[in-house]
Design a protein around this ligand. Structure first.
Ligand code: EPZ
Length: 424
């Protein structure tokens, strides 16, 4: 099992290019099943999650071929709408296969995804949406068996106790393409990744209006054709590198970010006095060399609120800000697995329910330690802490990080970090 060894205290400097967005790519790869024609997807990040999704597509009948390092051709001339448990259980995003199967074949048999360390991962809203579309649903041996042959357009309110659902919106959106008539989804998620999925579906010939808003209208029953499509840049990776530049007091230029999809993050960075700027084509400039960071309050919410997928990284960042910061996690209230590990480095963070109270000090640096990664974004937070800590930090179980960050240690090394990846 791999681990990384980081010797902290080096300012990161230089240019880095973010990879394609994991959370845009996964539903778009699933959506390639909606047509029998070839789809060519560019800017596909090399991640364990994307490789797993491509493996599942092959298993269900698609022909998958890498045309180059980040360009994949997918042609699903026929689809067997059954996703195997041993693969689905490894990645929650496989849940998007349900909507793709229904949109193409009007049936679906996919294992119900389990929970994970960041919290319960219910799919009650997905099921509500499928039911509203007229699907008949049965749970058999842990699988959700869905018969959507009578699917018809409907008006569906998809909001839940924590607001909108990203993959739930993706699922109902794709299923509605296989329904007779027009479907309206109210309280739809409109994260940049959902907008990217809508743009991809429109390129396939889908008729979708309201893209970028919380109300989507989908015309079902259209024959969809193939296309070539480029995935947006990963805003969570961009946000993670912004934190890295600030925490190491370095100077970074971050490329391949998609323009103005991080405005809520910039608003918070401005609050804490960070010197970060994005130009018209999305290039981000970070100068952490002489900014004294101020404490602040962060509350995670569905888009356009502060993204929960940057919460752990901001907790690490705010340990370097003067004063007491409060980070409130409203999407996954128990998503604080990074906190005990950060405290082992000397961070002063207390958890009170859904709040992390961070006693940030710029005077006393974090101290390197042996740490264990627990989930994707917590791993990133531990890397960031190790980069700015005094001494050596070891982060084990980096397979969590490989799910969502492509060659992260190599990218950090190219910016001057003293980081090596080793196998135990
Ligand atoms: C997506 O997960 C992302 N994953 C997550 O990123 C991200 O944290 C999350 O959206 C929120 O932005 C992918 O896109 C592959 P949700 P998803 O359904 O769709 C509740 C990462 O680190 N809910 O939007 O599974 C749920 O409990 C990952 O890249 C219901 O109550 O999240 C949560 O509180 C982690 N019932 C909230 O809604 C449902 O049926 C948002 O969940 C579905 C969700």
């Amino acid at each position: 099992m791999d681990y990384v060894r980081i010797r902290g205290g080096r300012a990161l400097c230089g240019e880095i290019s973010v990879s394609g967005s994991k959370n845009a790519c996964l539903p778009i790869l699933a959506a390639c099943l909606l047509t029998k024609d070839e789809c060519v997807i560019e800017n596909v990040p090399h991640l364990s999650d994307t490789r797993l999704m491509l493996k599942i597509l092959q298993l269900v009948g698609a022909h998958v071929q890498y045309q180059s390092k980040h360009t994949v051709s997918i042609r699903a001339e026929s689809v067997d709408p059954h996703a195997p448990y041993e693969l689905v259980k490894q990645m929650r995003a496989s849940v998007c296969l349900m909507g793709a199967f229904l949109g193409r074949t009007q049936t679906s048999d996919v294992s119900i995804p389990g929970g994970c360390v960041i919290g319960q991962r219910p799919i009650d809203l997905h099921i509500k949406g499928f039911n509203k579309l007229g699907c008949k649903i049965e749970i058999k041996n842990g699988n959700l068996c869905i018969d959507g042959r009578d699917m018809h357009g409907e008006r569906i309110f998809l909001g839940g106790r924590n607001g909108s659902t990203v993959t739930g919106t993706a699922n109902i959106l794709m299923a509605a393409l296989g329904a007779k008539g027009t479907t309206t989804i109210e309280c739809a998620a409109y994260e940049p990744e959902i907008i990217d999925l809508c743009h991809f579906l429109q390129k396939l010939g889908a008729v979708i209006t309201g893209v970028g808003t919380s109300t989507l209208t989908i015309e079902g029953g259209h024959e969809l054709h193939g296309c070539r499509y480029r995935i947006i840049g990963d805003r969570m990776e961009a946000g993670t590198f912004i934190c890295a530049g600030l925490m190491t007091r370095g100077k970074l230029k971050i490329l391949n970010n998609t323009p103005n999809i991080n405005s809520v993050v910039y608003d918070k960075l401005n609050d804490i006095g960070a010197n970060v700027y994005e130009d018209a084509d999305g290039t981000i400039f970070v100068d952490g060399s002489n900014c004294e960071l101020r404490s602040s309050e962060v509350v995670t919410m569905p888009y356009p609120g502060f993204p929960t997928d940057l919460q752990a990284q901001f907790c690490a960042l705010l340990t370097q800000a003067n004063g007491i910061s409060i980070v409130t996690e409203r999407v996954y209230p128990s998503r604080f697995m990074h906190v005990p590990e950060l405290n082992r480095m000397g961070a002063g963070i207390m958890i009170e329910g859904e709040h992390a109270i961070i006693h940030g000090v710029t005077s006393q640096r974090l101290i390197g330690a042996q740490l264990m990664a627990s989930d994707l974004r917590a791993s990133a937070a531990l890397f960031l802490a190790g980069l700015c800590a005094e001494g050596e930090t070891i982060v084990s179980r980096v397979y969590h990080l490989d799910r969502g960050y492509e060659r992260f240690d190599e990218k950090l090394r190219s910016l001057g970090a003293d980081i090596t990846r080793e196998s135990a």
